[in-house]
Design a protein around this ligand. Structure first.
Ligand code: TRP
Length: 326
């Protein structure tokens, strides 16, 4: 049997090019490798920790499912599902909560960052977020979890919890390994020292931006007062970000991209980068528009995937309860 691979994204708004290069494109490549039994889900229970408006959350769920499908995830090859449709995620998270030391959660840097930023909405769900994530993964006996480096600490906790449960109740769970993507962090177009973020739309390239918007935003991207195109992330971070983006889209390394543009003005790089991105995403945009014209059909696919995932999850949670004496 092929190893199981599980990953998910939160339906918290429009995806940008960083989410695509760092996660979604990788999901599609992993699917097409044929090396894994893949489960890709919509982490809507996780999204609740941000306190979204219900109508917005509902729309974001459909939108993220459309992103998955438009990017090339194929329900004939992988299982695409919605976390909240499968009660076993919440049940297992509760059981894992009871073996999770408070100290482990207090150490989580993502929690500390979020708590510092969102002082008004530091709910217990934000604190327990990594436990639910562990449940998402070990419920399916995942061996492999593609994640960004910001999630590695959560994955380490997942391994710890699997090990602890096994030690206490007998061998039940697989300890998963993280699969890191090589993609560089995509930085803000206006402030290349900060990560690209959807909260600043003018510094952010959304996946479904029209070519005209992509061109406009890249034309206004911050560079520096130099004139020669060179790859120097330390001293010329804005230019480096554009070279890295170009490299990620065209599968070239950024230093090679810089050589290709040597002697040309920054504007040439910007124009060609905008063209490369618009072109790379052109099928995606078309497919996504067609999908969103029929939101009911999108959710049918998700519902069918959720039924398949539920069948597997229910067996596992029954075993877990038995082991724990419930
Ligand atoms: N926390 C992940 C993120 O923000 C999303 C996520 C939730 C996830 N559960 C998961 C990713 C399980 C991989 C596996 O990116």
């Amino acid at each position: 049997m092929k190893p199981v691979l599980v990953s998910g994204m939160q339906p918290t708004g429009r995806l940008h090019i960083g989410n695509y290069l760092g996660a979604l494109r990788n999901f599609v490549d992993l699917q097409n490798s044929g090396d894994y039994r893949c489960y890709f889900f919509l982490a809507d229970l996780h999204a609740l920790t941000e306190g979204p408006d219900p109508k917005t959350l509902e729309a974001n769920i459909v939108n993220l499912a459309a992103d998955y499908l438009a990017a090339g995830l194929d329900p004939g090859k992988v299982i695409i599902f919605q976390q909240s449709q499968i009660p076993a995620h919440s049940e297992l998270a509760w059981i894992l909560n009871t073996i999770t030391p408070m100290g482990e959660l207090e150490r989580m840097t993502q929690y500390k960052d979020k708590a510092a930023r969102a002082a008004a909405n530091v709910n217990a769900g934000l604190f327990g977020y990594p436990v639910l994530m562990a449940a998402d993964i070990i419920l399916y006996d995942a061996a492999v979890v593609p994640v960004g480096d910001d999630q590695l600490q959560h994955l380490e906790l997942t391994r710890t919890l699997a090990r602890k449960f096994n030690a206490r109740f007998g061998r039940t769970f697989v300890e998963p390994k993280g699969l890191l993507t090589k993609t560089p962090r995509v930085m803000s177009l206006k402030d290349p020292l900060r990560k690209m973020s959807k909260s600043e739309p003018e510094s952010c390239l959304f996946l479904d931006d029209e070519p005209e918007e992509i061109r406009r935003k890249i034309a206004r991207a911050v560079t520096d007062s130099g004139t020669s195109v060179e790859y120097d992330p330390e001293r010329r971070p804005g230019l480096a970000n554009l070279l890295e983006l170009y490299g990620a889209i065209t599968h070239m390394d950024p230093a090679t991209v810089a050589k290709e543009f040597a002697g040309e003005p920054y504007s040439a790089l910007k124009t060609r980068l905008a063209e490369a991105i618009a072109e790379h995403l052109s099928d995606f945009r078309k497919r996504k528009k067609a999908l969103l014209a029929k939101p009911g059909a999108i959710m049918k696919i998700v519902d069918a995937g959720s039924k398949k995932a539920a069948a597997i999850a229910e067996k596992k949670i029954a075993l877990v309860k038995k082991k724990a004496g419930l």
